[in-house]
Write a protein that binds this ligand. Structure first.
Ligand code: GDP
Length: 301
């Protein structure tokens, strides 16, 4: 995973090792760096900002030739990236759920994202993760638009022996979410997972529908699901949802096939929201907690 992005970082380190850092040279290194980032699927705007920050922090820096320059540059990069990931913070959903349970209320999580990113599969994986951690769970089939969406979630829920709340196609998804809350309260279920639609005639329709679910259901947490393989698209979708609906954390799917790692970096950098899990396959167990340290180490080493 993330091989290309790691190469982008080590490329900068070796370029610096060979040269003294005059402003012109730094410009050249920075521009090569920016291109490598873009080739690694880091969104253009993020690549530009990141490059500027690293370049600024290196301006006027004298690198002792006896020191290992790759370490000096590596440290600068690490500091810049670590501070972006630190600012985004981390979230312990199991702890949040257990705190809410103490107040006698179910914890509700709304899953947002465009069709095809792996949202429904991720809801199922997350239900399985919760069950394994002895958290009781119910799912609400909030995508009442896409043909087959309700059956798809029902099939997952049946396989996982998880209860599902659903209505007919065309029903108001906010009402489905509300039914889910009522069910969870009445049956003392710890956590409600709400699936949602990912495509409508216009983005505006979709954003309005999502905003309505949020208003009506008032979910405790909103997870944006993004496909790591879609690079720049994933970032513009994240920015759109973040602006119009808002979300609290991200799950990046298909990281098993992502050799570049650009989407994780770009989404955290551009939205300031943490990546919580990576989808690493199609099975229910293929959900890996995102390890920031491991991710940054794999980029920077
Ligand atoms: P939705 O339209 O967003 O609900 O997407 P689906 O949940 O139907 O998933 C679309 C496709 O992506 C399915 O074939 C899933 O099996 C696949 N998928 C979902 N998550 C992952 C993942 O983490 N890795 C891989 N390789 N495939 C995934």
């Amino acid at each position: 995973m993330f091989e290309k992005l790691r190469q982008a970082f080590s490329g900068v380190a070796s370029a610096v090792r060979e040269k003294r850092l005059s402003p012109e040279e730094l410009d050249k290194v920075a521009s090569d760096f920016e291109i490598s980032l873009i080739e690694s699927d880091v969104a253009q705007t993020v690549a530009e900002k990141l490059t500027q920050t690293v370049q600024k922090s290196l301006e006027g820096t004298r690198v002792d030739r006896s020191a290992d320059p790759s370490e000096v540059v590596g440290e600068r990069l690490a500091v810049t990236l670590e501070s972006a990931f630190d600012k985004a913070g981390t979230v312990d959903l199991l702890q949040n759920i257990s705190e809410k349970k103490r107040s006698g209320e179910p914890y509700s999580i709304l899953f947002l994202g465009i069709n095809g990113t792996g949202k429904t599969t991720t809801v199922a994986k997350f239900a399985s993760y919760l069950k394994k951690n002895r958290v009781s769970v119910v799912c609400a089939a909030g995508d009442t638009h896409r043909p087959g969406a309700i059956e798809q979630l029902t099939e997952h829920a049946d396989r996982l022996a998880v209860k599902i709340v659903s209505q007919r196609y065309g029903a108001d998804p906010a009402a489905v979410g509300r039914d889910g809350i009522l069910y969870a309260k009445a049956h003392h279920v710890d956590c409600l997972l709400i699936d949602s639609a990912g495509r409508m005639q216009t983005n505006q329709n979709l954003m309005e529908e999502m905003a309505k679910i949020v208003r009506v259901v008032k979910p405790d947490f909103r997870i944006f699901v993004a496909d790591a393989l879609t690079g720049n698209d994933a970032v513009s979708q994240a920015e759109l949802f973040n602006r119009h609906v808002g979300f609290d954390g991200v799950i990046l799917t298909k990281a098993d096939a992502d050799v570049r790692g650009g989407a994780a970096l770009s989404i955290v950098y551009s939205t300031g929201k943490p990546v919580l899990f990576l989808g690493v396959g199609q099975g229910y167990d293929d959900l890996a907690p995102f390890d920031t340290k491991k991710f940054l180490d794999s980029l920077l080493k």
